[in-house]
Design a protein around this ligand. Structure first.
Ligand code: SAM
Length: 294
């Protein structure tokens, strides 16, 4: 039996044998801790009934574990230099496909339909993400018309905290709202920087996203308008909501009075900071501003 990829000695040996160096520009920090790898796979509750998409397999440490647990694995790796390693380390697994593509330039729905033998099985994303594009990747996954069974991903701890943040906290903002609009967020566990080769400058955390369990109390009449409003309201976090709203609806005594009336009707104090508002309140506000053509 071959030793697992995800330990420091084997990782360094593989990199040396292939003359590879981790590329900072591609967010390459390889996981070298078997416990962490096993815990990621457990958190995602992967079974042989699952189709798994991995983003950024690197030298295959997590991919190997996923191959053992899942029905099929499709792994998207942008770095051509890693393909030979991946071919070798995953040679024994016939349920893994490595695809040399940039995830941000991939039509994920088509990928699912073309690469999995049974696309109707539960689809899970499991990844140690390239941190420099965490948010764009999440936004892309949530914008496609795919019913994810779950998305279990490692990211910078601070970003994980923003995803999970509740109203009234420092970490709460546009990212929290954009994610929580579609998904329930659970911080599964934290991971120290020391378990990566090379070690990144930040600590990490595993986040589990699952489709919202509870439906939204109100739906936005215009999704884009909702997120324009949210972005506008958070453009100056330390200013009041009313002040930020001026930036969104425009200045002028009339608009100010109309906005004020709407806030009063919704029982929202104009003097609150934007981070006090819940998602439901933002939706109500967006709908009312839209009705008033503001
Ligand atoms: N899964 C491996 C592990 O846990 O050790 C490697 C994780 S490393 C943090 C991120 C991986 O994502 C790297 O292999 C990197 O080359 C890859 N990557 C970076 N940008 C990418 C992109 N746009 N599309 C696909 N993969 C990308």
């Amino acid at each position: 039996q071959k030793p697992e990829i995800g330990n420091p000695i084997r990782t360094k040996a593989i990199l040396e044998r292939y003359g590879l160096r981790a590329k900072k520009s591609l967010g390459q920090n390889f996981l070298t801790d078997t416990n962490v790898l096993n815990n990621i796979v457990s958190a995602a509750e992967i079974t042989k009934a699952d189709n798994v998409i991995e983003i950024g397999p690197g030298i295959g440490a997590l991919t190997e574990k996923l191959a053992q647990a899942a029905g099929e694995v499709v792994a998207l790796e942008i770095d051509e230099d890693l393909l030979d390693v991946l071919y070798e380390v995953l040679f024994d697994y016939d349920n893994v496909k490595v695809i040399n593509k940039d995830v941000l330039k991939t039509d994920v729905k088509t990928l699912i339909n073309e690469e999995f033998s049974d696309p109707s099985r539960p689809i899970k994303v499991v990844a140690n993400l390239p941190y420099y594009i965490t948010t764009p990747i999440l936004m892309q996954l949530l914008s496609v018309d795919v019913k994810w069974a779950s998305i279990v991903v490692m990211m910078q701890k601070e970003v994980a905290q923003r995803l999970a943040a509740e109203p009234g906290t420092k970490a709460y903002g546009t990212l929290s709202l954009a994610i929580q609009y579609k998904m329930d967020v659970r911080l599964a566990f934290e991971v120290p920087r020391t378990v990566f080769v090379p070690a990144p400058n930040v600590d990490s955390a595993i986040v589990e996203l699952t489709p919202r369990h509870e439906a939204l109390a109100v739906l936005p009449d215009d999704e884009k308008g909702l997120f324009r409003l949210i972005k506008g309201c958070f453009s100056h976090r330390r200013k009041t909501l009313a002040n930020n709203l001026q930036g969104v609806v425009g200045k002028g005594a009339d608009k100010k009075a109309q906005t004020q009336t709407i806030l009063t009707e919704l029982s929202i104090a104009p003097s609150v900071r934007p981070e006090r508002l819940s998602l439901d309140q933002f939706i109500l506000l967006a709908n009312r501003l839209r009705d008033a053509e503001l």
